[in-house]
Design a protein around this ligand. Structure first.
Ligand SMILES: NC(=O)c1ccc[n+]([C@@H]2O[C@H](COP(=O)([O-])OP(=O)(O)OC[C@H]3O[C@@H](n4cnc5c(N)ncnc54)[C@H](OP(=O)(O)O)[C@@H]3O)[C@@H](O)[C@H]2O)c1
Length: 254
């Protein structure tokens, strides 16, 4: 049986808690949060505390707090015997205290409130400093997901950077698309099938093969019309940078 103390009460902490609380081989002993109200979500199924001095002993401590708070929170756990892990894509394992059994437990997915995620499909990137701790983290990860990967801090940093491009930037482009639709009183939902197909086709095509649009076709007349239609300077800059990047990647000049 693996015992867990979860630190943090935000998006990821809630998703992990909901996934782990009913697993037979896992016991969430306690949830720590600095905000008493936020702990009410966890109270029915685990002990909760706002007091750092009353944190229980556990096999694994999962520190699911904001990236900037990981070091401070982990320093309060230096006397614990279990493996101290954080859950961030961009923070190195060395951000945890060197005297501790250090590890990383990074689920590569976007977690938001009120969105159910199929954890079985979520790649979980684990890192530890010795085989014994790695096995403990792999055991926890495999109880959640069929995709467990051993990833170093340096690889994880690059993975997270790539994830920002494919997820955060793409989502921002959706927002720009929505604003453009709204200006013309068209429902953004009309673009839904296009968005889905764009995401699904990279299952069988490389991004290079899947690229379409005026920039790769070198349709400069269309590009000029689009640039004229755009009134927001920020949107113009983004359109121009991305079109240039597509043309450079595919060997043509804008
Ligand atoms: N959400 C995702 O999609 C996702 C995916 C993979 C990995 N992660 C990683 O998971 C971690 C948590 O992210 P999240 O999205 O769950 O963030 P979040 O929803 O913003 O929650 C952040 C949590 O950190 C707590 N916190 C912040 N500073 C603290 C401090 N000094 N002491 C104690 N608690 C503190 C907050 O407490 P208060 O409520 O009191 O402010 C809150 O419970 C981050 O390292 C993030 O990189 C997130």
């Amino acid at each position: 049986m693996l015992s867990i103390v979860l630190l943090g009460t935000g998006n990821l902490a809630k998703h992990l808690f909901d996934e782990l609380k009913d697993k037979g081989n896992i016991k969430i002993k306690q949830v720590y949060g600095r905000n008493k109200k936020a702990l009410s979500y966890f109270q029915k199924d685990a002990l909760t505390t706002t007091n750092f001095n009353s944190i229980e002993e556990a096999s694994i401590y999962i520190i699911a707090v904001s990236d900037d708070a990981i070091t401070t929170v982990s320093e309060g756990l230096i006397n614990k015997k279990g493996v101290l892990t954080h859950t961030s894509g961009s923070v190195a394992i060395s951000a945890l205290p060197s005297s501790a059994r250090r590890g990383v437990f990074y689920p590569l997915q976007t977690f938001s409130a009120n969105r159910v995620v199929n954890f079985k499909e979520v790649p979980i990137c684990v890192e530890a400093e010795n085989n014994k701790d790695l096995e403990v983290l792999k055991k926890l990860a495999s109880s959640l997901s069929g995709k467990v990967l051993e990833v170093s801090s340096s690889q994880r940093k690059d993975l997270h950077l790539a994830a920002v491009f494919v997820n955060n930037f793409t989502n921002h482009l959706y927002q720009i698309g929505q604003e453009i639709c709204e200006k013309s009183q068209i429902s953004f939902s009309v673009l839904g099938p296009l968005i889905l197909e764009t995401a699904l086709k990279i299952k069988t095509l490389s991004p290079q093969e899947a690229q379409t649009g005026p920039a790769i076709r070198n349709d400069n007349g269309t590009i000029e019309k689009h640039m004229k239609s755009l009134q927001n300077k920020n949107h113009k800059d983004i359109y121009s940078i991305l079109s240039n990047s597509i043309q450079k990647t595919h060997g043509k000049k804008l």
